[in-house]
Design a protein around this ligand. Structure first.
Ligand code: CMP
Length: 169
């Protein structure tokens, strides 16, 4: 009788501790998804595998990937926030000039981490060891795009991917 009561209490304590550990791990591991695009200047030079190595070296996993030729309408809508910027027309023209590889990256703090891995938008300002320092040709032909916030990541991932296309959720 005593033994049964003791065992029940012990089981509850173990479950309680396990749940607390799981919850604190989840909070510590800020697991995120982000959208990455390998742009036409990079696909033209067959850089997809080289660029993916930058991600995997920093513990980001490519959980979805496909090569597309964007239509003018897709490129316009994707970059709609830049609609009134002077470079918008050129950006749309460039992004439709050749194939792009759209990807979902997963990892701890994936959004910020990917932006660090990519380097500054303008390759002239990109740090050593970043994708843009290594491969980008100019501000426009800057090899990669990455979501800049959780809100953009949600919008941009769902712009290109259905839920069932993302593996290892
Ligand atoms: P990306 O991260 O894809 O987001 C918008 C893109 O617009 C950016 O990378 C650059 O390639 C491009 N861009 C940003 N600023 C300029 C600019 N001043 N002139 C031309 N292109 C720009």
């Amino acid at each position: 009788m005593m033994n049964n009561k003791f065992l029940t209490i012990l089981v509850f304590i173990i479950i309680g501790i396990s749940l607390a550990v799981m919850l604190s791990n989840n909070r510590k591991n800020n697991m995120q998804y982000t959208l990455s695009i390998i742009k036409p200047d990079a696909t033209a030079r067959n850089l997809t595998a080289d660029i993916n190595k930058f991600f995997t070296d920093k513990s980001l996993t490519v959980v979805a990937q496909k090569e597309l030729l964007l239509s003018e309408e897709q490129a316009q809508n994707f970059y709609i926030e830049h609609k009134n910027r002077p470079f918008y027309g050129g950006l749309v023209e460039y992004m439709t000039s050749g194939p792009v590889v759209v990807q979902v990256l997963k990892g701890e703090d994936a959004i910020t981490k990917n932006r660090e891995i990519m380097g500054a938008t303008n390759p002239k300002n990109a740090a050593e060891g970043t994708i843009r320092k290594e491969f980008a040709e100019s501000l426009e032909r800057n090899s990669v795009h990455g979501s800049d916030s959780e809100e953009s990541a949600k919008r941009e991932i769902s712009f290109f991917f259905d839920y069932d296309e993302v593996t290892k959720k």
